[in-house]
Design a protein around this ligand. Structure first.
Ligand SMILES: Cc1ncc(COP(=O)(O)O)c(C=O)c1O
Length: 463
C-alpha cells in the first residue's frame, strides 16, 4: 500500500518525466525479474488534476487511429495502457492503475511475473509453433499436468474459451452418436441457463443467454433451451426427455453477474444427466484455475463434470483454451473429428505449465481463499451500509457488488482515481477479478477507492 499511496500522492508534470528502465522482452532479466517496468513515481489519475483525465498527443492519436482503422466491436475505456508490473498498469501518460480486471480474469500471475516471462523467453528461443502435424513436448507435458490435477483423463487444446466450448459441443454430439449409432432420434440438443456466457462463435453464442448478443446473427445453432439458473425441477424435466446431448453450466457465472450455483442444483444436474445419458459440461473458463481458491470451482461443490472447458488464465495472458474430458467421452472422438492449426502450440503450452505449477500449489490456493474472504469482509464493512449496495458476493477472488443503479459511473470514477474494475450482469454489478497474486494492502486500497467513489452513484440516481 505504501508505494501506491506514495504514488497516489505524488504528482508528475508530464509523461516525459518518466524514466523507463525498459529492455524489452528479449530474454533480458535483472536478478530473475523482468525489467520491463516503470521504476519511478507516476501520477495516478485524479491526483493533482482535479479528476480530469488529460491525454498526451500519443494517447489521443492511438484512440483516434483506433476509431479510423478498427472494426468498432469494443466500447473501450478511454485509456491507452502502455505496460504493467505485478497488479499495476500504466497508461501512456504514466498514470498508475491498480488492476482489478486482470485482463478479464486472465492475468492470474499479474503482469510480468518472472517465472512466466522466463518460460516465454526460453520456449520462444526453442520452438514456438509446429502445428498438430507433429508431436511436441510442452503440449504433452501440459496435458499430463491437467490430467493429473483434475477429474479428466484426456485433454483437447483450443485457442480461446469460445473455441473450447465449440469443441465441447462437437464432442457431446459425437458422444451421443457414437453411443447410439442405430438410434433414429439422437440426443442432439443442449440446455443452457439464464445469465450464462459461453462465447461469441456460433455454437457458443447459441448457448449464451443474452438475447442481444445472439439476435443480430440468427440463425445460430438450433436446439438450445434456456432454463432459469438454479431451477432444478425444469432442468430435470427437460433432461429426462432424452433429447439433451449436454447441459452447459458455469458453477459460478462471471459475465452474468457473479452468481454461484447451489450444491443442490449442480448435484441434481449431475444425477439427471447420469439417468438420461446426457453429458454435464462445466464451463470454468472464468471461474476455474484457482480463482475461487480451489483449483477448479466445482471442487468446492464436490460434483464432477464429464467435460470441463478452460481458457482465460491458463497461460497467464497468452491465448489458450482447453477441453478436459473423461475417457468415456474421449472414446467417441476419432482422428479428424476436430482440430486447430495453432492450438496447443509449444510456446503457449510451456507457459501454461509454468502458470499451472504456480497456481496449483496448495499454499497459493489457500492464499487466494484467505484474500478473497478478507476482501469480501472489507467490502461489506466499508460499502455494506451504502443504500446503493444490494449485495457483495462471490468466492475467492471473483467478487461481485450488486448495485441498485447502473455501475458504469462508479467504474469511471474508480478509473479516474486509479482503480480498474469491470461490470457484469445487466450492468448493475461491479465485477472484481484481480490478479490472484494481489496483496492485502492492494485489496485495502481498492476498497478505499471504491468507498471514496461511491457518492457518484447518488448523482446517477438523481438524474
Ligand atoms: C464462462 C465463459 N465462457 C466462455 C467465455 C469465452 O471466452 P473467450 O472470450 O476466450 O472466447 C468467457 C469469456 O468471458 C466466459 O466468461
Amino acid at each position: 500500500m505504501a508505494s501506491i499511496q506514495f504514488l497516489l500522492n505524488n504528482t508528475l508534470s508530464s509523461a516525459s518525466d518518466l524514466r523507463h528502465s525498459f529492455s524489452g522482452l528479449n530474454g533480458s532479466f535483472n536478478g530473475g525479474r523482468a525489467i520491463a517496468c516503470v521504476k519511478t513515481g507516476v501520477q495516478a489519475p485524479g491526483s493533482g488534476n482535479s479528476g480530469k483525465l488529460g491525454f498526451s498527443g500519443a494517447s489521443k492519436e492511438v484512440m483516434e487511429a483506433e476509431g479510423r482503422v478498427m472494426v468498432g466491436t469494443y466500447a473501450r475505456a478511454p485509456v491507452v495502457i502502455s505496460h504493467g508490473e505485478g497488479c499495476k498498469l500504466y497508461d501512456a501518460e504514466g498514470r498508475e492503475y491498480l488492476d482489478m480486471t486482470a485482463g478479464i480474469a486472465v492475468n492470474a500471475l499479474g503482469h510480468g511475473d518472472p517465472d512466466w516471462l522466463k518460460a516465454v523467453v526460453e520456449q520462444a528461443n526453442t520452438l514456438t509453433h509446429v502445428s498438430n502435424m507433429f508431436y511436441s513436448i510442452p503440449q504433452v507435458e501440459l496435458a499430463e499436468r491437467l490430467v493429473s490435477c483434475s477429474f479428466a483423463d484426456r485433454v483437447f487444446f483450443s485457442n480461446s474459451g469460445t473455441e473450447a466450448n465449440e469443441a465441447a459441443i462437437k464432442f457431446a454430439r459425437k458422444f451421443q452418436r457414437f453411443l447410439h449409432p442405430d438410434q433414429k432420434q439422437l440426443a442432439t440438443e443442449f440446455i443452457s441457463f439464464s445469465n450464462s456466457f459461453h462465447g461469441r462463435t456460433m455454437g457458443s453464442l447459441a448457448l449464451t443467454s443474452k438475447e442481444h448478443y445472439r439476435s443480430p446473427f440468427e440463425p445460430v445453432m438450433p436446439g438450445v433451451t434456456f432454463l432459469e439458473y438454479g431451477n432444478i425441477h425444469a432442468a430435470r424435466e427437460l433432461i429426462q426427455s432424452g433429447k439433451i446431448a449436454a447441459v452447459f453450466v458455469e458453477p459460478i457465472q462471471g459475465e452474468g453477474g457473479i452468481y454461484s450455483a447451489t450444491k443442490e442444483f449442480l448435484q441434481s444436474l449431475r444425477s439427471a444427466c447420469d439417468d438420461a445419458g446426457s453429458l454435464l459440461v462445466f464451463d470454468e473458463v472464468q471461474c476455474g484455475l484457482g480463482r475461487t481458491g480451489y483449483l477448479w470451482a466445482h471442487e468446492s461443490y464436490g460434483i464432477f463434470p464429464d467435460i470441463m472447458t478452460l481458457a482465460k488464465p491458463l497461460a497467464g495472458g497468452l491465448p489458450i483454451g482447453a477441453v478436459l474430458v473423461t475417457e468415456r467421452v474421449a472414446s467417441a472422438i476419432k482422428y479428424g473429428d476436430h482440430g486447430s492449426t495453432f492450438a496447443g502450440g509449444p510456446l503457449v503450452c510451456k507457459v501454461a505449465v509454468a502458470v499451472l505449477d504456480k497456481i496449483s500449489k496448495p499454499t497459493f490456493l489457500d492464499s487466494v481463499s484467505k484474500k478473497g474472504q478478507y476482501f469480501k469482509e472489507l467490502l461489506m464493512q466499508k460499502l455494506g451500509g451504502n443504500p446503493h449496495v444490494r449485495e457483495v458476493r462471490g468466492l475467492g477472488l471473483i467478487v461481485g457488488i450488486e448495485l441498485d443503479v447502473p455501475a458504469s459511473p462508479l467504474v469511471d470514477a474508480c478509473r479516474n482515481s486509479g482503480l480498474l474494475i469491470l461490470t457484469a450482469g445487466k450492468g448493475n454489478v461491479i465485477r472484481i477479478v484481480p490478479p490472484l497474486i494481489i496483496s492485502e494492502e492492494e485489496l485495502e486500497l481498492a476498497a478505499e477507492i471504491l468507498l471514496k467513489c461511491l457518492p457518484v452513484l447518488d448523482k446517477t440516481k438523481s438524474k
